[in-house]
Every structure is written in structure tokens, then in C-alpha cells.
Design a protein. Structure first.
Length: 264
């Protein structure tokens, strides 16, 4: 991904270009994204590519040169929409060829202060858009979708919750899964005993420092078990990590769904 520069505007603006604007607008009206818009923390603008067409059928696609199955999104409506609306840059084409969205990528996006998403559809998009209009590509994973709208919603959710002031608890976004490169620790709420299943005693102890150590240990154990690739990305387990895991090893071994990795 290219270097992102932060916009000078306090309210983050995100534009989405699509042929299904109601999908994005409906999503943007609810939950965290809707609350961010109501609080003037996020300016979500959705542009219907069909509004840039001139024929009675509002045609945005055509058959590919050289033959082949499916239809291709035309360059004209996309170029015209960008030139008319001047969406914030960078402009990302959503597709499998781009950088894969992860927590670090989401943090980079929110830091830039504003950006735009172009949703593909059908068999593909006229390559002149990719070569001469968009700044980069962004992917949400190695699988096939019918269009970029669902991917746009994923990006909006991942970035929107990181906008300062959006989350109810200012620390929540930073403490969640992946923010520290680890899966989140287990969560419990009342009652403390449910069908003879008790909450770990440490959470009821009132010892906040020990609770934090327990949570970190649980995150390490869980990540090591189900996402060892994330541990590798952190450079492996540090001596401090191993000591923390050893401190709470007996408690983890009593959890039937997890197998304790060797911390020797």
C-alpha cells in the first residue's frame, strides 16, 4: 500500500463508489458506523455509478473485448463519477490483487483521515480504471465475491471503530483482538456460576494487576494454539511471554477446548 497522508479535516470522510448504493447506505445507517455519522465523526458518502450514465437503461457494463464469459464494468461511469465528486484520496479498488486488510492496515487507513472505495462487480472492471484512476487495491481475503460491496462494508467496520470517539470505551478498540497481534482473551459476565460452570477465580479476585496478566496469558495461549502464524509474525514468544504462560499454565490446562503448547 502506498504511503497515506492524513487529511486536515477533523471529520473523517470515506466515499464508496458502487452500482448498489442502497446496500452501503443501509449498512452505514446502523451500529458503529451510523453512530459515527450522527456524531459528525464520519462523513460517509455513497455514489451511484449509474448516475454517470447517459443511456435510458443506465448501462454500466459491457461485454469484454476478445470474447469471454460475463460482463465488464465500463471505465466511463467510473471516471466521470470520480471527476465529478472528487472523492478523497487514496482511491482503492476492492479486489483480490491488493494488500490484504488486517488490523495494521485498518490503523493506517484511519490515520490518513479519509479515503475512497471502488466496488467492482460482474466479471471485472475495465483495466484502464486500475491503471490510470485508482491509487491502489485492497483485499479482504483470498475468496470470490460477486461484488465489492460486502468487502466495502468490512473495511468500513474495521476502520470506523478505530476513529477516535466512535467506541464507547476509548480503550476498547486498542484492546480488542489483533490490536496487539494476539487473539482476544476469554470474556465472562454474570452469573459467576452457570450450570456448574464457574468463572475463573482470578477474575473475581479484585487483583487488577493479576487479572491483566491472566488476560495476556490467555491471549498468548489461545493464539499459539489456533493462530500460530500470528505468534510468528510477532517474532515468536519472548522470554516474558513464556514466563507469563507458565505462571497460568495450570489454569489453561484445565480448559478442555485448548491444548497447552510446550513453553519449555
Amino acid at each position: 500500500m502506498k504511503t497515506l497522508r492524513r487529511s486536515s479535516e477533523a471529520c473523517m470522510r470515506i466515499d464508496v463508489l458502487t452500482i448498489f448504493p442502497e446496500m452501503i447506505r443501509e449498512f452505514g445507517a446502523h451500529s458503529l458506523i451510523g453512530r459515527a455519522a450522527q456524531q459528525s465523526l464520519l462523513d460517509l458518502r455513497v455514489h451511484d455509478l449509474r448516475e454517470a450514465t447517459e443511456d435510458v437503461h443506465r448501462t454500466v457494463d459491457d461485454s469484454p473485448f476478445g470474447g469471454g464469459a460475463g460482463m465488464v464494468l465500463k471505465a466511463g461511469p467510473i471516471f466521470d463519477t470520480v471527476e465529478r465528486e472528487q472523492p478523497p484520496r487514496p482511491l482503492f479498488l476492492l479486489g483480490p490483487g491488493g494488500r490484504k486488510l488486517d488490523q495494521a492496515c485498518a490503523q493506517e487507513l484511519v490515520a490518513c483521515g479519509g479515503f475512497s472505495l471502488l466496488c467492482g462487480r460482474y466479471e471485472g472492471i475495465d483495466n484502464r480504471v486500475r491503471e490510470h484512476l485508482v491509487d491502489d487495491e485492497l483485499s479482504i481475503g483470498d475468496f470470490v465475491l460477486s461484488g465489492g460491496e460486502v468487502a466495502a462494508m468490512v473495511v468500513l467496520e474495521a476502520v470506523g471503530r478505530l476513529i477516535p470517539g466512535v467506541m464507547g470505551n476509548a480503550d476498547s478498540a486498542q484492546e480488542e483482538s489483533f490490536s496487539a497481534g494476539l487473539l482476544e482473551h476469554p470474556q465472562y459476565t454474570r452469573p459467576a456460576d452457570f450450570r456448574e460452570l464457574a468463572v475463573p477465580a482470578v477474575l473475581l479476585s479484585g487483583d487488577h494487576a493479576r487479572v491483566e496478566r491472566w488476560r495476556k496469558a490467555q491471549s498468548l495461549w489461545k493464539t499459539q494454539q489456533v493462530r500460530p502464524d500470528l505468534i510468528e509474525l510477532r517474532g515468536g514468544l519472548s522470554a516474558e511471554d513464556r514466563a507469563l504462560m507458565k505462571e497460568f499454565k495450570s489454569e489453561v490446562e484445565n480448559l478442555p477446548r485448548w491444548q497447552s503448547p510446550d513453553t519449555a
